[in-house]
Design a binder for this molecule. Structure first.
Ligand SMILES: *[C@@H]1O[C@H](CO)[C@@H](O)[C@H](O)[C@H]1NC(C)=O
Ligand SMILES: *[C@@H]1O[C@H](CO)[C@@H](O)[C@H](O)[C@H]1NC(C)=O
Length: 199
C-alpha cells in the first residue's frame, strides 16, 4: 500500500518542475573526476533554455584548457544567427574546482559578481556522467524562489558535432531521475554550415 502511494507522489513532484525551487535534489557528480582527461573541445548537443543559451546560438563548442591544478580556462565558441548572417561569438571564463569532486564553478567575468557556490557547496558545473571520449552530462541547480525560472540548467556535450542517440540517452536518463524539465531543451545546430575555431 505504501509502495503504491509513493509511486503516485513522486511523479506529482516531478510534474511541476517550474515551481520555485528552494531546494535542489540530491545528486552526485563524478566522484573520480579527472580534469586532464576532460580538457579539449566539446560540442554542445542540447541544453536547457537559459539567458546565454538561446536558439540563436549555433555550432556552440566549449573548449577547456589547463591553467593550473585547480583552474581551467573556458572558451565557449558559437555562431550567432542574426538577420545579417552568422557571426562568431566567444565567451571566455574560468572553471575552478570546488571541495566536491566533479563539481566546478564556472565564472564569466562580464560585469556582475562571481558566481557563488550553492549553500551545499556545489558549483554551477556539475559533471554527472562522462566517459571523457564521447559524451558528458552537466547539471546546474541553484535554489531560487523565482516564480518562472526553476533554477536548473542541464547540458549534453559531445566530443564530436553529432552524438549517437544511445549516448544522449545516458544523459537524459540521469536528468530524468533528477526531475529536469527537458521539454524546453534546445537542440544545438551542429550541421554543415558550422565552422569551428582551429585547435
Ligand atoms: C590558478 O590560477 C588561477 C587563475 O589564474 C589563480 O587565481 C589561482 O590562484 C591559481 N592557483 C594556483 C594553485 O596556482
Ligand atoms: C558555455 O558552454 C558550456 C557548455 O555548453 C556551458 O556550461 C556554459 O554555461 C556556457 N556559457 C556561456 C556563457 O555560453
Amino acid at each position: 500500500m505504501f509502495g503504491l502511494v509513493l509511486i503516485f507522489v513522486i511523479p506529482a513532484v516531478l510534474a511541476n518542475p517550474l515551481a520555485p525551487r528552494i531546494e535542489c535534489p540530491k545528486f552526485t557528480p563524478v566522484e573520480d573526476f579527472d580534469i586532464p582527461q576532460y580538457l579539449g573541445r566539446w560540442y554542445d548537443i542540447e541544453h536547457s533554455k537559459w539567458n546565454f543559451g538561446g536558439e540563436e546560438l549555433l555550432c556552440t563548442s566549449p573548449k577547456y584548457g589547463l591553467i593550473n591544478a585547480t583552474t581551467v580556462s573556458v572558451e565557449n565558441f558559437s555562431l550567432l544567427d542574426s538577420a545579417l548572417g552568422l557571426f562568431p561569438v566567444k565567451a571566455t571564463g574560468t572553471a575552478s574546482v570546488t571541495d566536491i569532486p566533479g563539481s566546478l564553478l564556472v565564472d564569466f567575468p562580464y560585469g556582475d559578481s562571481p558566481s557563488p557556490l550553492t549553500p551545499d557547496g556545489y558549483g554551477n558545473y556539475n559533471v554527472l556522467k562522462t566517459d571523457y571520449v564521447t559524451y558528458s552530462c552537466i547539471y546546474d541547480c541553484q535554489p531560487t524562489e523565482d516564480q518562472v525560472y526553476d533554477g536548473v540548467i542541464a547540458w549534453v556535450v559531445s566530443r564530436t558535432p553529432q552524438l549517437a542517440d544511445a549516448a544522449r540517452q545516458e544523459c537524459e536518463d540521469v536528468f530524468f531521475s533528477l526531475g529536469v524539465d527537458m521539454s524546453n531543451f534546445i537542440h544545438t545546430y551542429q550541421g554543415p554550415d558550422c565552422t569551428y575555431p582551429e585547435d
